[in-house]
Ligand binder design. Structure first.
Ligand code: UFG
Length: 344
């Protein structure tokens, strides 16, 4: 394999929210990239945005990672030594209604990537895991040692299963892997050229907030104000997407530079700080100088009361820390929403 391939990264799901931001940060850090996506939950808006930000074309293939033959051609055509695997379905509610769709897609694509990495001797993989693997836990903040709870959704179960697949694959091969457990990724690139583009009615809080602010949605429902928290609404750890993207660069660099302590490692990626839904809403109003139409609605099924990360391990081992303030992140989410509306 050519020398440059050591610093070339295949990014699956590269047209998506976290994938596109990670492409930018990889390029900023001097990596070469190859992106694939089948646009099942995206379009080329963010890819074009990435190209505008970095000022060059991104090598890209429209491929479904479940298509083994197409993926094999990709492995034969490009010399990357590392992979970041974002490509997956991620709607919690839909996964409960259509479990097979989630198991087939999220697991098949991951098996294909790992099998091909083995066959073509590729070294390193970062897997997009999620704080969902901790489920409802009494231990706060959660560390990587906090036991995983049985998943409440099929989506969450695919994350647990894929973590286990990676652990076992690493144990029996030369592949090295890092699972990053994301907390709640929000915000957008400061340029507002890339950001989150949910299809249809957003499930997640921040896109629902920004769409309500822009008038696409009439009113935000705050799901529950009778939880055992200071203001009664749920608490989450909201992590800026650019900070999250940088965690991927740190994880890949750790393996490329042979600094990993074990061949399979897990890191929480959050800020370490919990914020309630009502706090987030009022912060959004304040930083963007607007009033949001919202009402208190019944609890949403499956929501955990509170979860936030202990990020000590990522701080020490990855040398990574969330840097952007929640205020700046919420301002960037609003800037992106306005940019997207102006294009439509
Ligand atoms: N919420 C509202 N109104 C909305 C949307 C959300 O009040 O319209 C509340 C939720 O009840 C929750 C909080 O905002 O308390 C955050 O909800 P999100 O849907 O934005 O995020 P979740 O914490 O439910 O889910 C996120 C990821 C999942 C992941 C999970 C793991 O989206 O992929 O974290 O904790 F599985």
């Amino acid at each position: 394999m050519a020398k440059d391939s050591k610093r070339t990264v295949l990014v699956t799901g590269g047209a998506g929210f976290i994938g596109s931001h990670t492409l930018v940060e990889l390029i900023n850090a001097g990596f070469e990239v190859v992106a694939v996506d089948n646009f099942s939950n995206s379009d080329d808006t963010c890819l074009k945005g990435v190209e505008q930000i970095v000022g060059r074309k991104i090598p890209f293939e429209n491929i479904d990672c479940c298509d083994y033959e197409a993926m094999e051609k990709l492995f034969q055509s490009y010399e990357f030594d590392s992979v970041i695997h974002f490509a997956a379905f991620k709607a919690v509610g839909e996964s409960v209604e259509m479990p097979l769709k989630y198991y087939r897609n999220n697991i098949t694509s991951f098996l294909n990537v790992l099998e091909l990495m083995q066959k073509y001797n590729r070294s390193n993989i970062v897997f997009s895991s999620s704080a969902t693997v901790y489920g409802e836990t009494d231990v706060l903040p959660v560390t990587e040692q906090t036991p995983r709870m049985p998943a409440i959704s099929s989506y969450g179960n695919t994350k647990q299963i894929c973590e286990d697949i990676l652990r076992d694959t690493v144990a029996s091969s030369k592949i090295r892997g890092i699972a990053l457990r994301y907390f709640n990724p929000i915000g957008a690139h400061p340029s507002a050229l890339i950001g989150e583009l949910p299809r249809g009615v957003p499930n997640n809080l921040v896109p629902f907030i920004t769409q309500t602010a822009s008038g696409v949605r009439e009113c935000l429902s705050v799901f529950g104000n009778d939880y055992p928290t200071p203001d009664g609404s749920c608490i989450r750890d909201y992590i800026d997407v650019v900070d999250l993207a940088k965690a991927h660069v740190s994880a890949i660099s750790r393996m490329v530079e042979d600094k990993n302590k074990q061949n399979y490692e897990i890191f929480n990626v959050g800020t370490g700080k919990g914020t309630s839904v009502l706090e987030l809403v009022s912060m959004f109003e304040k930083v963007n100088n607007l009033k949001l139409n919202y009402k208190i609605a019944p609890r949403r099924q499956g929501d955990v009361v509170a979860i936030y990360a202990d990020t000590t391990l990522a701080n020490i081992e990855l040398g990574w820390k969330a840097e952007r303030s929640l205020e700046d992140t919420l301002a960037s989410a609003w800037k992106w929403e306005q940019y997207i509306r102006s294009k439509k």
